[in-house]
Structure formats: C-alpha cells, structure tokens
Write a protein that binds this ligand. Sequence first.
Ligand code: SF4
Length: 966
Amino acid sequence: MSAAFSESRNQSDKRSTSRPRTPRPTTPLRPSSHSSFRESARSSGEQDAPFPLNAFEPAFAELADSIADLEANLMHFQLMHESLARFGESFAGFLYGLNMNAFCVDFPEGPIPESFRHPREHGTQSGPKSRDARGTEESESEATFMTTDISFVENPVSQKSSKFTTPEAKAPQRILQRLNMPLTRHMFAAAQRAAVPTMGLGLRRMATVSSSALDQKVKQNNWEEGNFINYKKMAENLAIVRGRLNNRPLTYAEKILYSHLDDPHGQEIERGVSYLKLRPDRVACQDATAQMAILQFMSAGMPSVANPTTVHCDHLIEAQVGGAKDLERAIGINKEVYDFLASACAKYNIGFWKPGSGIIHQILLENYAFPGGLLIGTDSHTPNAGGLGMCAIGVGGADAVDVMANLPWELKAPKVIGVKLTGQMSGWTSPKDIILKVAGILTVKGGTGAIVEYHGPGVDQISATGMGTICNMGAEIGATTSLFPFNDRMYDYLKATKRQAIGDFSRAYAKELREDEGAEYDQLIEINLSELEPHINGPFTPDLATPISKFSQAVKENNWPSELKVGLIGSCTNSSYEDMSRAASIARDALDHGIKSKAIFTVTPGSEQIRATIERDGQLQTFEEFGGVVLANACGPCIGQWDRKDVKKGDANSIISSYNRNFTGRNDGNPATHSFVTSPDLVVAMTIAGSLHFNPLTDKLKDKDGNEFMLSPPSGDGLPALGYDPGQDTYQAPPQERASLAVKVSPTSDRLQLLEPFAPWDGKDVLDIPILIKCQGKTTTDHISMAGPWLKYRGHLDNISNNMLIGAINEENGQSNKVRNIVSGGYDAVPAVARDYKKNGIKWVVIGDWNYGEGSSREHAALEPRHLGGLAIITRSFARIHETNLKKQGMLPLTFSNPADYDLIKPDDKVDVLCTELAVGKPLTMRVHPKNGEAFEVKLSHTFNEPQLEWFKNGSALNTMAKSQK
Ligand code: SF4
C-alpha cells in the first residue's frame, strides 16, 4: 500500500472483491555494475555504497546548461512544453537510471548519449544549448521556492506524509543540490511526468497525454466566452500527484480531484482522512439556495464572481393544473425572489436560467457538464453531471460562496466505491434499476464519505442521460458523488447537444478520463446487467429495494395500499429524451389497445429543450392522449410543490414516481402517502393497471374489448433523430457592462434582506457575558436552524433568525425554546432572549455537547447566532463543516480542552472569554463565574489557522475578502 494512502480497504460482502495491485520498486539511489537499464532494474534489490555523484559532474553541467536554456524559453509555450518535456524525459530517465543502478560507465562530455536516454518506445532527442543569464535568474528564484517546497524523508514507505517521498521525486533535488544547480518547478514537473512512466519499467506504462494536444482552447460551453476546459493544467497537476503517490494506479474519481488540487505539491492526501483544497471549474445554484449564497457573495465586495457560475429557477414552481398556468402563477408569487436573482446575476456576471427553463441538473447536463471537470452545486443531486464524466458535488451555500470568491474549496478526501457493470440490459430493465439495486445494497448511509465510481464493460451500453440518472440518485445512498468514465455514449450526447468540440477534446485526454488499470477501490460491487431485474424502491425510503418479481408479494405482506393513485414521471432524475420516448412507447401501446392511464398521471419535463423536443416528436401528445397532465419544466411534486387534491391529508394511499427521493411527506406533505420510486417505464405500466400488484413482465391487461394482451417492452431513441429543439429562449446572459447595474431588493421584503457586514473584533477580552443556552444531547443543524416553513425566509437573515436554536434542548429545564433571560429574569424563546441581549449590547455564548452542528452544511446555522450577537459556541466537539461555517461568519467555535469541563458549566453561570489569548495552536482561557461560588478557569481549544484568525479579527471571512479587494 502506498505510504501516503494508508486507509483500510474494506471488503464489504460476498459481492465485494479487491483487485491485486501492481508491485512497484522503491530502490534507493546507488550505482550498479550492469550496463543495461532494464537488466539493472531487474537486479535492483542489492545494497551498495552511496553513489559518487561527482563522477558525473561534466554531464550534469551539460544538462544544467540545457535546462537553463530551456528555462529561458518559458514564455514560448509550445517550445517549453515540447522541448522541456523531452529534456524532462531524458533527465528523469537518467535520474531513474541512477536510482535503479543503471550506470556503470563514465559519463561523456557533449550531448547525452543514446544509451542514457529514457527507455521509452517513443525515443526522444535532446541536445546541449548555451546558458542564458535571464534563464538562470528565473531558475534561481524558483529553485529557492522549490527548496522550501520539498522535504525529504529517509523511509518513504513508512511515511504518511504527503511531501515528496518517491525516489524520482527526491533524486532531482538531491543531485542538483550537490551540484549547486537550479531546479525550477517547471523542470521538476516535467521530470516527474517523465519519470512516472518508468516506474513500472516494462511492468506497466502509465498513459501520458501529448502536451500539444491539450493546448487547444475549447470553451466549457456554448453560453460563455473565455471559460475554457483546462486539461493541460489538470494533466500537469495529476503528474505531480502521481509522482508523490509512487505511481499508484488511480481511480477516475481521484484523478479528477487531484487534478483540481489547489496545491498539488504540498496537499496532504490520505483517502478518508485528509481535507483536500480544490479549485472547482464551476458553481451552480438552484433558486432556493442561491438567495443566501448570493447575498453573502455581495458582502465580499467583489465586482463579479471569480469562477463561472449559474443560477437556475426550478424549485419554487408549484404544480397545480399544468405547465403554462402553473409557471405564470409562480412568476407572480415569487416575483421579488426572481427579480433579485436576475438582477444579482446580471450584476455579478452569473448566468441566469429563468423560471420555466428547467431543472438545474438537466440544464447542467445539457449545457455545462464536461468530462473530467469539477463542479459544485448548492443542491444534493448535483452529481447528475457524473453522466458526462464530471465530478459534481452538492454543497452548502457557504462553500459555493468560497468558490465564487476564488477561495479554494475544502473536501474530505473521499473513499472510492467501485461498481463494476458487466452484461447487457434488455427488456424492461433500465439504467434506473442499476441505482435502485445499488441503493438496496449500500443503503441510505452506505455511500457516506465516498465517491461511487462505475466501470466495466457494462457501462458502454448506457446512454449519457442514463448514466446521469444513476449518478443523480447516488445522493440517496449518501455518496459524495457518482461518476462514469468518458466513453462514446458521452461523446454522442455532447455532439447531440452541440458540443462536439468538447467531445473531441475529451478524446485527446481520454486516457485520464477513466480509472487506471489496477485502480483499487475501498469496496467493490459487481452487477451483471443481463441478470438485473427492474426494481421498485420504497415506501418512505429509497433503499428498500424490491425486484418486480417479488413486489406484489411485498405489497401483500406489508399491507401497503395496493391501489395506485398517482404515477409521476420526470424530475431531474428521469426526464431525458430517452426516458420520455420509452415511457411514451408504453403509453402508445396502451392507446393502441384502446385503454388509457387508470391512475392520475403527470409528466414533468426536465428542461424546456426536452419539452420542446418531445412536443415536436409527438411523445408529449401521446402522454396527453393517455390522460396525462404535463406540468411545468420544474421540480414540482418532487420537492413537495404539489397542490394535490385527490386524497385528504392523513389518508393512506400509494403513488409511484420516477423521482429519486421518497421520504415521508416529501411529495405531498401527507405522511400517510406511500411513495415508491422506479423507472419511468414501470411508472407508466403500473399507471395503466392502477395497481401495485401489476408486473408487466408477466401479467396481462385487458384491451377495450376485454381481450387480454401483454404490454410490449419499452423502446425509444436515446437521442432525438432530428436533433434537440431548444424551445423558448430562457437564458439571461450577464451583460458586458455591469458596473452601473443595481441589485433589486425591496427594503420592505420579508423574504429578502441585504446582508450588513458583521462588526470586526474590538481587540479586547469579552467579560461577564451570559450563556444563552446550555444544550443537552444532540444539537444538529436542524435544531439550530429548522427547515420546513422556514425555507421561505432563506434569503432574509433577520426573519429566519427567529428559528435559531428553537429545537435545542435546554439542560436547565429539559425543554426546547425556553431559556432564562438574565436581564428580565423571566423565560422566553431562544431567539427572543438573544435579540434582547443584542439590544442591550450583551454578547453571549452557547454551550454544546458532542458533535455540535452535525447534519447539513446549512450556513444559516452559523449566520443566525452571529446575527443575533453571539460570540462563541463552546462544545465538547463540532461537526467539522459547521465549525468551519462558524469561523467564516466570525464566530469562535471552541472546544473544552478537557471534555469533562462541560459538566462544570451551569446554564446560569457567566463567563469571561479571553479572546486576546487567541493564537494558532494555543488554547485560550475561559473564566467561569458561577451564580453562587468561586470563579474558576477552563481551557478552550480551537482549530483556527492564521488566515482563519483574520476572519475572526475582521468580523467574517467575507469581510476579510472585502478588505483584500480595497
Ligand atoms: S427535481 Fe427533485 S431532486 Fe431534482 S433538483 Fe428538483 S427537487 Fe431536487
């Protein structure tokens, strides 16, 4: 196992296996008596005396001349990347040869002899050139940087350090130090890139991609100018990390993440342990979460977003009677929110997708996703873009703001779960059944902290949109994201959506757009698609997976309501052209037999493009003829935006959808609704029968004349033969001239409020302040900032702060939302007491137990205490994301250095927080003044680093950013 990767490799169950790993040599630097490079590699186990490097000094000097000369050409990119790479290869081969006992002859003066060049199939030539003064100066300055950038360890195999530990990483620096020669980052990277393929020395060759092939300027999408896909930079980053990881074969997920590292040289990397600092390519926000994200971004004082960003209006449209009318009504109700988002997007250079354009994830797949890219989105089903090989991760608004403001984004290095697909799907089995099966295997928690990576021969038959479906619903198993490797199906989809140039560029980088041979997964699941049955999952949880052959029995055994009331297809999960075509083929089959949908049937197209295309191609008319209601291109019933009238709240009933989530009450707010999820194919089939007992694979229906017939298996085109019809133009591009634009926020709005910058720290200790609440037991982000009806106020910090900590239990009385006010002496709601303290200029603290702030990454849970005058949250421990969120808002998240001190604190104590002691790595003191008794001190620990301390001092991370803009 790699030194830097010491995670345990779980073998989960009998379906799980792990692949053997390719052994790699770790031979120390020493001489050899062998004349052949390859021979010496084979005998590299011997131990000899240290190698006398000065014997090769003339040759090193020659190489140094050449290196310095190449450095002088750094401005000429083509020359640099081709020539330097060639020198890098030769030099690295030379270094590697030393390392592998390759040399036994005197090194001659003059050009590097053929025998010392790197033993690759594609031989390279390099020749000496004269040194150039400018090149030398540049080299020296960079050499200084490198000296601090690299640390050596004597036993790389036993080190967990992420610093350079590999022989090829150490050798260039060590030799050049001896020779007093400069080594630049560029040269080092080139040498490492070239050294990487040699590590297997014939055992295994790592693919490298021609530098010039990656020099193209290919736009990320057809909507934005100036945003390009940077495979070249990704390849360079990846080469650096490969060198550091002993050339261990990488999963595709790792390749994407490591190629987006902010600091590939210095980043600690340990799967499941380290926190990676990443540079995503894009940000996407849906309308409900975009509000606070943009409000926060505005506080940073930046003129525009630093990274490409889009906002999508899809969550606020309620399904009532049908697409056009519902959309019109939603535009009226949500006008102030839409006006705000549209104006802010124009002002800050953000692409704005108007209401009616479609669901965020379908729009991203159709327009923005590209293989190998890294996207963060403020919605949990962002992973949908994995259908185009993009690493797309759902995050909270604060994380999105970081990337919009050009801060690196932090992610715990995920574990990687492999799902190997073999065989071929046929008949009624569809891509949805793959994820329904996986959800059954892994359960709703099984993917937590992991990326699910699909691979194997079975992936090539799945359409890009089908892969999107599978990745989308990976959120239901808690996965960080899900991914498919780049393949021809993705190319076809890119071409069909007018992005063939991206497809061609991806082909040039294709070797890095999939897993390496021998890549190791933390867990491996194998699914034979030839044997995969259609599945139905639910009710109430998406991981209760039942194959169709056993479903009728399960309905009986569990006493689920067998009459099917409503079938719903669409949502971001299953609304592709392929989904709609297959579903329409079943509906047409029924119509051809003279029957229609028995249950209520609804369709939500994923985008305006899909709606317009299926309208043109006839599927939409088929659905309407079948009895269906076509809803707006939006989330609708999937997020509970459904004015359902066919059952009363509390009545037990069953519905089935092609959506992804089916938790209690999610679709219609009725906890008695049994919601099942399945493929659109089965939704339509069961809607025809109107019964959960129907199995279209085995059961017959009756036609209009009472004759029995069986539905034909679904069929349909993956891509529209006539191309996609874009439909109405629903995109608002940001204008070129934005400085004079104003963001529209009504001062009387109860849904939107501009954020005022928080006050900076006054540089003093904070004395004699109350404990607002001492929380007992679990305090999650739901306890700190509840959802439900409060969602409406997500864009209004003052209004939503009225839910602050109303779910937390007060240790003093065992009740929620009832705390004592030290000013009035009476009891009141937590937010009311906090407001009273704020009004009287009194800061306050909260005392919490273990893992305070677990749950979601909701930034409101950190914004609200800051807004209502809190100074510190003091706990036994924090959920990491919440702790970071608190720091970002200028709060002090502190932990008892001795967790037992939690028990010493009483809710009516007062405390002094000695903020002036705050320093990196040092605890600070809290003086406790019990109501009756002697004052005592406890030590409080923290995890602030230097930049984060600036956040506290300046009042918030955004203030710090704003300050840096001045
Ligand atoms: S359709 Fe459903 S799952 Fe998809 S983004 Fe909308 S609410 Fe979320």
